[in-house]
Design a protein. Structure first.
Length: 153
């Protein structure tokens, strides 16, 4: 979504955008995996979550606002929120994914340390600062894959 905003491309959201997910900052996810690897008994399983349930549409709208705030987007014909496009939902797409992280909290003492707003801002800042990482990924093969998946460019 960050890349699409920077390029002025549509922001595809499945269905009505009201699918809810438990959002987690990548560093928290990595720290949870590290704790499980080093502290958990072999064979145990743990849910890892950020304790932040938001809809896909809420996330994309916040992302649009952050991108507008943190970068110059004067070259775009539309504001980031105007780039939002609802696309056909996937068959059997779950309406909500929820994580109960009480076991990892209790057994291993892990909880996320980044709040959602700060983590999202750090993610946007990373994309803005690392064009050299993501620009080479925009190959013709990727464009074809993207078109096949979302039906828009």
């Amino acid at each position: 979504m960050c890349i699409n905003i920077l390029l002025g491309k549509p922001l595809p959201i499945y269905g009505d955008g009201k699918n809810i997910r438990d959002w987690l900052y990548v560093e928290d996810h990595c720290s949870a995996i590290d704790v499980v690897l080093h502290k958990a008994p072999p064979g145990e399983t743990y849910n890892i979550g950020g304790q932040t349930e938001l809809s896909n549409l809420d996330i994309v709208e916040q992302l649009c606002d952050l991108m507008s705030e943190l970068t110059s987007l004067e070259n775009l014909a539309l504001s980031p929120r105007q780039l939002i496009r609802f696309v056909k939902d996937r068959p059997g797409h779950d309406r909500r994914y929820a994580m109960d992280i009480s076991k990892i909290k209790h057994d291993l003492g892990w909880t996320p340390v980044h709040d959602f707003t700060t983590g999202l801002a750090q993610t946007v800042t990373w994309y803005l600062s690392h064009r050299d990482w993501w620009e080479p990924l925009l190959s013709k093969e990727y464009e074809t894959y993207y078109q096949d998946l979302y039906g828009s460019r």
